[in-house]
Design a binder for this molecule. Structure first.
Ligand SMILES: CC(C)(COP(=O)(O)OP(=O)(O)OC[C@H]1O[C@@H](n2cnc3c(N)ncnc32)[C@H](O)[C@@H]1OP(=O)(O)O)[C@@H](O)C(=O)NCCC(=O)NCCS
Length: 141
């Protein structure tokens, strides 16, 4: 499944097109949530994900999201969402989340995600703080 965006950008959920080196570079070096994540961990997460979405400009990967569906728990989890800093502020984050959540095979599911900011972006797609959600945290690169 693909989506064309203005400015030569493209969304694509073809797992084979994901640039592991680039996604690992961003997540391990520049993300606040999984700094230091090993490359093999990132590879496994991409392989086992129920869906990965890449945001591309030409052949260059400039954004990413990873979806894990847990039907036995009745939820679908959105993770590792990013747009490279030099491509932010153009509406690409909104389109990446729309494609990942609203336009994929899990659109009708109950979704959960973690973020420390960008709440307004996610609110556009119905994400709100959960009144009944409890979390047991642990450090996990
Ligand atoms: C969050 C992120 C994906 C947004 O990408 P983007 O391409 O800049 O987003 P958009 O241009 O589509 O912006 C959409 C809206 O969200 C807002 N927004 C974007 N990033 C935001 C942030 N970090 N905090 C608060 N609001 C944010 C924008 O102001 C914009 O609002 P507007 O339309 O009212 O002006 C990008 O900032 C990013 O990669 N951040 C680092 C990774 C991250 O924090 N991920 C979330 C954890 S899963």
């Amino acid at each position: 499944m693909k989506g064309e965006l203005p400015g030569g950008y493209e969304l694509d959920d073809d797992r084979a097109r994901i640039d592991l080196d680039e996604v690992h570079r961003f997540i391990s070096e520049d993300s606040y949530w999984a700094a230091g994540r090993p490359r093999e961990t990132m590879r496994g997460l991409i392989e086992r994900a129920d869906r990965v979405v890449g945001l591309f400009q030409g052949d260059t990967q400039v954004g990413f999201s990873r979806t894990v569906d847990a039907p036995d728990a009745g939820l679908t989890y959105l993770a590792d969402v990013y747009v490279l800093p030099e491509h932010r502020g153009k509406g690409l984050g909104v389109e990446l989340v729309r494609f990942s959540v609203d336009e994929g095979p899990f659109a009708a599911n109950r979704w959960v995600l973690h973020t420390k900011d960008a709440h307004a972006l996610y609110a556009r797609f119905g994400f709100a703080p959960g009144e009944r959600l409890l979390e047991r945290s642990r450090s996990q690169p």
